[in-house]
Write a protein that binds this ligand. Structure first.
Ligand code: SF4
Length: 218
């Protein structure tokens, strides 16, 4: 009989490895260290949002492969995994993804402007959180809505997957909100943009609580 399916911690973490107790046993952490080293060797900044988004994509693909391998080792038939190209979900069909995407685009614009102007020392840590989580929220929300149509997951595995992903999104929202509230006090010129971002996070949080599968009206 198949054992209870339990993905590794890297499947539902926020990739803030420097704050994580699982590093010693984490395969993704070890691969991340190698990836970061490669960025430095190539003269790339690993915290650059575009570099980070590419890394996330790669991490997700590898994580998915690890989950499938772990599931197979626990008796879930590999034959259940479709060989053909998986059906692609358009994430923009979903209300939560559109909110996360809108947040990402607006946050990205603000990040670029603030980087050009210079980040006040008092909010460096919050700005770092803001940058990190603005990309993670949209990436994890995209992953969540893509899993709705993924035939690989049985109901039990799907529930675990969704719960884990939702936890990361909610944690990311919490850190982002804390960062933005601090930035609000320190960046009066950007008051309206920051308030707008907080409003999108609030709407995303409400939508996550009420109906994660809500589709937008065409
Ligand atoms: S990837 Fe990093 S944050 Fe995630 S479980 Fe591994 S060590 Fe922890």
């Amino acid at each position: 009989m198949a054992k209870k399916f339990k993905p590794g911690p890297y499947n539902y973490c926020d990739y803030r490895c420097e704050r994580c107790d699982e590093r010693e046993d984490c395969r993704v952490y070890k691969e991340n260290q190698e990836r970061i080293l490669q960025h430095y060797i190539k003269g790339e900044d690993p915290s650059d949002p575009e570099v980070f988004m590419n890394d996330l994509k790669e991490i997700f693909e590898k994580t998915q492969a690890m989950i499938k391998q772990a599931a197979a080792e626990r008796g879930i038939e590999l034959d259940d995994i479709p060989d053909e190209e998986e059906k692609r979900t358009d994430p923009h069909e979903y209300a939560i993804y559109n909110l996360a995407y809108d947040y990402f685009i607006r946050a990205h614009r603000l990040i670029k402007r603030l980087e050009a102007e210079g980040i006040p020392e008092d909010i460096e840590a919050e700005f770092e959180d803001f940058v990190w989580y603005h990309a993670l929220i949209v990436a994890k929300t995209g992953r969540l809505v893509s899993s709705f149509d993924d035939d690989f997951f049985d109901p039990e595995a799907r529930e675990i997957e969704e719960e884990g992903t939702l936890q990361v999104i909610n944690k990311s929202i919490m850190y982002s909100r804390n960062a933005l509230n601090k930035m609000l006090n320190e960046l009066p010129d950007d008051f309206q943009d920051i308030v707008d971002l907080l409003d999108i996070l609030k709407r995303l949080e409400i939508q996550l609580k009420t109906n994660i599968r809500k589709k937008i009206d065409n």
